[in-house]
Design a protein around this ligand. Sequence first.
Ligand code: AMP
Length: 604
Amino acid sequence: MTDVSTTDEPTTPKFSELNLHPLVLKAVEAQGYETPTPIQAATIPALTDGRDVIGLAQTGTGKTAAFALPALSHLAEAGRANDGPFALVLTPTRELAIQVAEAFTSYATNLDDFSVLPIYGGQSYGPQLAGLKRGAQVVVGTPGRVIDHLKKGSLKLGSLQHLILDEADEMLKMGFAEDIEEIFSQSGDSRQVALFSATMPTSIHRLTGKYLNNPEEVRVASKSQTGANIRQRYFMVQHSHKLDALTRILEVEEYEGIIMFVRTKQATEELAEKLRARGFKASAINGDIPQQARERTIDMLREGKIDILVATDVAARGLDVERISLVVNYDIPHDTESYVHRIGRTGRAGRSGEAILFVTPREQRLLGSIERATKQKVEPLTMPSVEQLTNTRVEKFTKRIDDVLATTDLTELSAVIEGYELSRDVPAATVAAALASLVLESNSLKAEPMPEPARGKPVRDRDGGRDGGRKERGPRQRDENMTTYRLAVGRNERLQPGAVVGAIANEGGITSKQIGHIDIRSNHTLVDLPKDLDPSVLRKLSHTEIQGRPIDIRPDSGRPGRPFKKRNFDKQPGDDRNFRGDRRGGKKFGGGGRGGSDRPRDRY
Ligand code: AMP
């Protein structure tokens, strides 16, 4: 097992030292990544060397590039495979399959004729069959659908060089163990395996022991200490709402100097520009800016000529400016130690400091890792209310008026206004309001409410796993186009929303977007599905099991515990699209849950 720790040391390798193919390296540089993340620095050399690798990493650590870059480097050297894909990536869900496929596309922009194909349950077979026939070099799929294509003969693994398992623990939780073993057996001995997982339950050890060849095991160590003089808060927010949230927070927070951390060089420039457009004095520093220019910018922050420095980790190395009273992690860091280094930029010279962390729903686990590693609680930040914001704006404007009155001789201008007041017969307050609107470039100081998140309210739900924030629990919102169904499994079976989505989407052959509110109760679960659902979907779902228990799906009567008359879904006419059928007499999905060997550990 290799334990890797961190980023801020001068020994962090460069991407150019990781043996990547020049065409792949060029694409990485174009992405604006400055240095490899710890998991990348540790796994890429082993993978480019041809070794099997087990990587303990979760979303946000840069794991996708860790497996994609070596596979693409080999592909760039070897050229197109003859009989089926060069690389196969298995992911637990459709969403992740699409995301991984997009990442491959971005890292392969300089490779000729490159194509990647996501394949997953819920999408019709036509486009997938056509894509496979055309010959994608990389296929990214959910295990159930991959197996279906192997059975149909539409996917062949004869030329497979890379088999990658992403979020392996999630796939096992969702009941894909059998499918994964089948894929391992069909993929031949010469393929290289990379298995990434956030946790290491015994089921994964068993799998890796059986199918991996002397693997290099890598995890990011997390021994870190944060200063007790720094107050740490987080805010759960969709990526697209970060800027809005940030400007609202800055309106009410007291601060002197701020440093904001983002992931890429381009992002430093973009965010600084957006902040300037909103009236903040902000500048960017990143690894592309020459050292002297960077130092000039840092001096400007020190002297109060600017208030906000937007930086990458590399550019902010060793930065020591007493005036920094707030650190904003606009993008969550890839590892715990980076977090500790970042927030250590405030609270210098015995002063107290503030640290704010933005977390997207998918990154919730990283937040847990940070808290465990630093042994400190990160408190939720409450977004200022519309009223608070409005009051603050009025207060600040009032203070501006006070300041001018206290420091400026206004005799001459007062005479002009007095003349105006008399000649136009307009009250002085109205004249002042007209002038205020000129200064403010607006006729109101009222704040608008924050836009609603795209789906669900951002909620902190540690048990929510990969669906965190997406499927909101709690009070139900009625949707006329949905019908509520009841499943005979619930919290007693340690059921999680991810397992419900996985089971219904993959077995029912519908997209996870069609699945509405999920409400997990102690011995049953309520789930909203479209009213016009094809009866064949319910027929397929009537065979599904979660945690070895039939889900026994049926419309909810609204009265808990009342016995139902069982609907006979098997008798519905008109379904000839049951590709999966009763393959194994009903697919089994695991519920996962708190505790046990699947509990996330102190690392990422
Ligand atoms: P992942 O853990 O693969 O979901 O990646 C999380 C995010 O980090 C993605 O937005 C990547 O584009 C980004 N990322 C990956 N590697 C790096 C790197 N070396 N430097 C900066 N950002 C990165």
